[in-house]
Write a protein that binds this ligand. Structure first.
Ligand SMILES: [Zn+2]
Length: 142
């Protein structure tokens, strides 16, 4: 097991399916943050075989819906003063605002930038969402 400094305060995004770590890193724009970030890839895991882990220091602010969309195996651990203060799982969000783009080119959410796209989950298996404005079915893609 790799020896990585424990974080004093921050979040640990664990049980990321191997390969999704970098996608999450990019989606969360962690290359733009000033906080220390550690991305561990292909860590041995009893549960998943291999997994990725991301640690972000000095923030508890995470887009949990976005994480649920990308990978619903994820668990998040919140750390303060070197102690775990909270653990949670992520879930595929039933309703999504803003994170998905409607595939219908004529949809009002694609022409009017003031309207935030809004979707309702149709199928957890295929990650299909129903646009609240035009009823088009849109699939979330990484
Ligand atoms: Zn639409």
């Amino acid at each position: 097991m790799l020896e990585v400094k424990q974080i004093k305060s921050g979040v640990v995004i664990d049980h990321i399916s191997a390969g999704n770590g970098l996608k999450i890193f990019n989606k969360l724009k962690l290359n733009k943050t000033d906080n220390s970030v550690v991305l561990l890839m292909n860590v041995e895991s009893k549960l998943l075989g291999k997994k990725d882990i991301i640690k972000i220091e000095n923030t508890h602010d995470l887009d949990v819906d976005l994480l649920g969309l990308i990978d619903d195996n994820i668990t998040i651990t919140y750390i303060e003063n070197s102690e775990v203060v909270r653990k949670r799982k992520v879930f595929i969000p039933k309703k999504v605002k803003g994170l998905i783009k409607c595939t219908n080119p004529r949809c009002i959410t694609n022409s009017d930038s003031y309207i935030e796209p809004s979707f309702t989950l149709l199928s957890e298996k295929s990650l299909e969402y129903n646009c609240s404005y035009c009823d088009e079915i849109t699939k979330y893609k990484l």
